[in-house]
Write a protein that binds this ligand. Structure first.
Ligand code: GDP
Ligand code: GDP
Length: 437
């Protein structure tokens, strides 16, 4: 599971600047997907080998007792409780405030690993202005500049010091033959109903998977000869053999489940349409690069008019997931479930596809011959060969000259060709350009 870092601090100390700095490299990946509205509070970050989830908690008022501030404080407390490390941001220029003391008091009581950082410290002589922050009783103060990117690497190292070193190749790409499946969706879409329906099927056989404890919400099972691991599903609790929804929906758990899955089944509720929360979860899945199957549950409870509306709504609001197959099901009436299994298996196959260099290169050259990339001023990009740069999601790296002039439209054209040739359904496919020097 990816570790989680929560950024807390009063407004204006630079939390969102730091959040953007930490998540920037990942942003570029999803920048050009139409229709995607990002949830600006949760992001994926990578620093060196370390990958983690960052939460920007917004302005934290630990003592707020009513209204929107209380709601925010509640959400912040949940985020902080679920984080592996808290980064408490103060303002090196503005100095200490009463609010900083309140937050510090809260964090001291909580007893989580906490890193105190003084932001906006660019150009300041270390140690001189920062001494007052020791009053907060949270140990050493680390100067950073979120705006200028200073001190960020050591901040991340320090923050995860207490966790084991990440193991790079352990998860990526390894295909153990077990499909790791997460069922995601906001509360009440029918996740636990669906899972219980599944697990009640006779065709599912439990098997032992090394490394899974009985208490963890992770269920290995086999269906028609294919092994699955239903991974720690957000918002659910296992009670004996049955799953039940727990009241508190957790974005952090959802993100972690998505990240550790190969395939995510995103459930929507036909009676509710596509809500903002659905769109945000869909956005996390896109960003993770995981394979995805969409299923609209409670199909039994809507009429033809509503069905039509819903289909249109999905096409527009979730346009960025148009590579994902869409199914209509009723978990309660056990309708439409077979095709969902088939779609999950196909999405997994697509995500784990192996594309040999000679085949990729031939397809690339065919595609170029059929339609040349546009000339840009004096440059005409020259696409020479392609190789596979990763799986889950599959990445195709194209080599050649002047490739920085290849347009987004042309990349999408190539993506479409590769998709068709390899019959890739239900997985994102990334096409990257690498110019030879
Ligand atoms: P938040 O309310 O804690 O999320 O704070 P923001 O990230 O919105 O930043 C508040 C203000 O501080 C903005 O005007 C930022 O440009 C500025 N700021 C953020 N980081 C730095 C920094 O490292 N140095 C300086 N000088 N200003 C910064
Ligand atoms: P979760 O919070 O996503 O786990 O959702 P639950 O599985 O607890 O389901 C929420 C509510 O939706 C319950 O009242 C279920 O009975 C109901 N529900 C689940 N699946 C269906 C379905 O296929 N059709 C209808 N009409 N209701 C359903």
């Amino acid at each position: 599971m990816k570790p989680v870092m929560a950024l807390v601090g009063r407004p204006n100390v630079g939390k969102s600047t730091l959040f953007n700095r930490l998540t920037k490299s990942r942003d570029a990946i999803v920048a050009d997907y139409a229709g995607l509205t990002r949830d600006r509070h949760y992001g994926n970050a990578k620093q060196g080998k370390r990958e983690f989830i960052v939460i920007d908690t917004g302005g934290f008022e630990p003592t707020a007792e009513s209204g929107i501030y209380m709601e925010m404080a509640k959400q912040t407390r949940q985020a902080v409780a679920e984080a592996d490390v808290v980064v408490f941001v103060v303002d090196a220029r503005g100095g200490l405030s009463a609010q900083d003391h309140d937050i510090a008091k809260y964090l001291r009581k909580l007893g989580k690993p906490t890193v105190l950082v003084a932001n906006k410290a660019e150009g300041m002589t270390e140690g001189v202005q920062l001494t007052e922050f020791y009053e907060l009783g949270l140990g050493e103060v680390h100067p950073v500049s979120a705006a200028h990117g200073q001190g960020i690497r050591s901040l991340v190292e320090l923050a995860f010091e207490h966790l084991p070193e990440p193991d790079e190749d352990a998860e990526e790409g390894a295909d153990s033959g077990v499909i790791k499946l997460a069922v995601a969706g906001r509360p009440n879409v029918g996740k636990s109903t669906l899972i219980n329906t599944w697990l009640g099927e006779e065709r599912l056989v439990a098997f032992d998977l090394p490394g899974t404890t009985r208490d963890a919400i992770s269920v290995p099972f086999e269906r028609n000869g294919q092994r699955f691991e239903l991974i720690d599903t957000a918002g659910l609790r296992r009670k004996g053999r049955v799953f039940e929804a727990i009241e508190k929906f957790s974005v952090v758990k959802t993100l972690q489940a998505i990240e550790s899955a190969n395939v995510v089944l995103l459930l929507l509720d036909a009676t509710q349409g596509v809500t903002d929360q659905d769109a945000h979860i869909a956005g996390y899945i896109l960003e993770s690069g995981r394979a995805v199957v969409l299923a609209v549950n409670k199909w039994d409870a809507v009429d033809d008019y509503q069905r039509e509306q819903l289909q249109r709504q999905i096409e527009t609001r979730l346009a960025f997931l148009k590579f994902a197959p869409l199914h209509f099901i009723s978990a309660i009436k056990r309708q439409g479930l077979g095709p969902v299994w088939a779609a999950i298996a196909q999405a997994h196959r697509s995500a784990m596809v192996k594309m040999p260099t000679p085949v990729l290169t031939r397809l690339l050259l065919d595609a170029v011959q059929f339609q040349q990339p546009k000339r840009s001023g004096m440059f005409r990009p020259k696409l020479r060969y392609a190789h596979q740069g990763g799986m889950n999601p599959p990445v195709i790296v194209v080599h050649g000259n002047s490739l920085e002039h290849v347009t987004e439209a042309y990349k999408r054209y190539l993506e479409g060709r590769f998709r068709k040739e390899f019959n890739l359904v239900g997985t994102p496919l990334r096409v990257e350009m690498k110019t030879s020097k």
